[in-house]
Ligand binder design. Sequence first.
Ligand SMILES: NC(=O)c1ccc[n+]([C@@H]2O[C@H](COP(=O)([O-])OP(=O)(O)OC[C@H]3O[C@@H](n4cnc5c(N)ncnc54)[C@H](OP(=O)(O)O)[C@@H]3O)[C@@H](O)[C@H]2O)c1
Length: 177
Amino acid sequence: MGEAEINSKGKRWSLNGMTALVTGGTRGIGQAIVEELAGLGAVVHTCSRDQINLDSCLKVWKSMGFKVTGSVCDLLHREQRENLIETVSSVFHGKLNILVNNAGMAIHKEAIDFTADDISTIMVTNFESGYNLCQLAYPLLKASGNESIVFNSSILSVVAISLSAIYSASKGNFQLI
Ligand SMILES: NC(=O)c1ccc[n+]([C@@H]2O[C@H](COP(=O)([O-])OP(=O)(O)OC[C@H]3O[C@@H](n4cnc5c(N)ncnc54)[C@H](OP(=O)(O)O)[C@@H]3O)[C@@H](O)[C@H]2O)c1
């Protein structure tokens, strides 16, 4: 097996030479995605709202031999998304192979009790920000010549449970054709 075919996991699968942006990579599923992609050889950039937690994760990933950078971004805000993609463009020299829209949140309430702020926060975090990141990252993805976009959805987008009306709506399928 050639050297290029082996990654840190010692498997044939390899993402060597690939770049990835994973939103919300500092804990939970996003953290696992960062570590999986980096373990397969990708260079990864991630973001969260918490600088201290982000720095702590970056330190751990460095000690594991992973190539991961990170920057603070609150995806609720359009200008911070623009700054994030500018940073990604700078770090990855204008080329992005993989965009993982992972960051998300939920507020659980009776359907009748959701406030306008609740609805806006859930829909912007889970739906609008990911959609907008696709638009902003489009030139970088096309420039890479080998691009993938992943959305972290939820079973709740197809199965209704109580207290999750807005979260379910926010996790509906995108059609990026
Ligand atoms: N856990 C589940 O059972 C489950 C099931 C199905 C789908 N999902 C989906 O999977 C994704 C990850 O879920 P999880 O349970 O791993 O979540 P989590 O543990 O709460 O982690 C969420 C990550 O996103 C970041 N984040 C949240 N809001 C953000 C914002 N406005 N701007 C930037 N970063 C933000 C958080 O960092 P900071 O808080 O520090 O910013 C954190 O790194 C979500 O989209 C969720 O809807 C989860």
